[in-house]
Design a protein around this ligand. Structure first.
Ligand code: NAP
Length: 293
């Protein structure tokens, strides 16, 4: 079994980006700039936004966070998005989800200019990705594809099973795996909560991508010998073996499944670190106007 080391690959990507930024700055250009809108004081959202700001600093990007109290109005948020849309020195904008219930998240996302939508959630980017046009691809599916590419895993003609059909992971990754491009060209089956006889389907997968949101759901008897297993799940569970009192586990029962898989991502240190690295790639692409020119 070979471990797919997402942390190492994400660090390589960050180094590559930092090198490009250094060259661009040396040539007299300005720094890339990622803006984030954060509403409320949800600790998980705070952590995500802080980690993104830290990663920006690491590679030489500028970042700014627009913070709002939980009772912010939709109008105020839309005004802020409009202001960022018009600022030529801000390349990318992310709106940290979830937003409070009184705000229509779709309306806010759709107010972002697709050219700055580095999270790839705007329907224009989702549509362009679906029909194979250049687009911003959301960070987690992008990260999964980069992990496969950089681990030289052949996907062409392979039987790929995606467990989960969420808009942020399962659905986009299934489209990317089926596209006529490498990595891609796989024969893809998408499973969800209404799928019958899941085990029969997952056991036939050469590549199994699991984004189901259930701790250690996938067990060894559901996996084919020699399969490539990508575990997207993240769950915090109590542990008396760590100083923090908790540990992270995935949607896959790693100990069992790693004995059967040819390649597998660990949790933590697999897909997770790739998400921020992908956001940095998208921000650089937005700066260079690589998608929309
Ligand atoms: P989600 O929106 O909750 O979607 C879960 C999907 O799994 C749904 O399509 C659901 O089917 C399906 N499902 C649930 N139970 C099932 C069952 N028993 N049998 C078959 N299908 C089942 O989850 P998500 O947002 O995609 O996230 C999935 C996991 O990835 C979570 O643990 C999340 O924390 C993690 N995640 C990690 C990253 C990262 O950066 N590493 C990023 C995003 C998410 P229905 O559609 O029928 O309900």
């Amino acid at each position: 079994m070979e471990l797919i080391d997402g942390k190492k690959i994400a660090n390589e990507i960050k180094d590559e980006i930092a090198n490009q930024v250094r060259k661009l700055l040396a040539a007299g250009g300005r720094a890339q700039h990622l803006a984030a809108i954060l509403v409320g004081e949800d600790p998980a959202s705070e952590t995500y936004v802080n980690n993104k700001a830290k990663a920006c600093k690491q590679v030489g990007f500028e970042s700014s966070t627009y913070r709002f109290p939980p009772d912010v109005t939709e109008e105020e948020l839309l005004e802020t998005v409009g202001f960022i849309n018009r600022d030529d020195e801000i390349d990318g904008l992310i709106v940290q989800l979830p937003l409070p219930d009184h705000i229509d998240s779709q309306k806010v996302i759709q107010s972002i200019r697709p050219e700055k939508d580095v999270d790839g959630f705007h329907p224009v980017n989702v549509g362009r990705m679906t029909i194979g046009l250049p687009s911003f691809v959301s960070a987690t599916p992008y990260g999964i594809i980069e992990l496969l590419r950089r681990s030289s895993i052949e996907t062409k003609g392979k039987n790929c099973v995606v467990l989960g059909r969420s808009n942020i992971v399962g659905k986009p990754v299934s489209i990317l795996m089926a596209r006529n491009q490498e990595p891609g060209n796989a024969t893809v089956t998408v499973c969800h909560s209404k799928t019958r006889d899941l085990k029969a389907i997952t056991s036939a997968a050469d590549i199994l991508i699991v984004a189901i949101g259930r701790p250690e759901f996938v067990t060894a008897d559901m996996v084919k010998e020699g399969a490539v297993v990508i575990d997207v799940g993240i769950h915090r569970v109590p542990s008396d073996k760590t100083r923090s009192g908790f540990r992270l586990i995935g949607d896959v029962k790693f100990e069992q499944v790693s004995k059967k898989a040819s390649h597998i991502t660990p949790v933590p240190g697999g897909v997770g670190p790739m998400t921020i690295a992908s956001l940095l790639i998208n921000t650089l692409k937005a700066f260079k106007k690589e998608i929309y020119n």
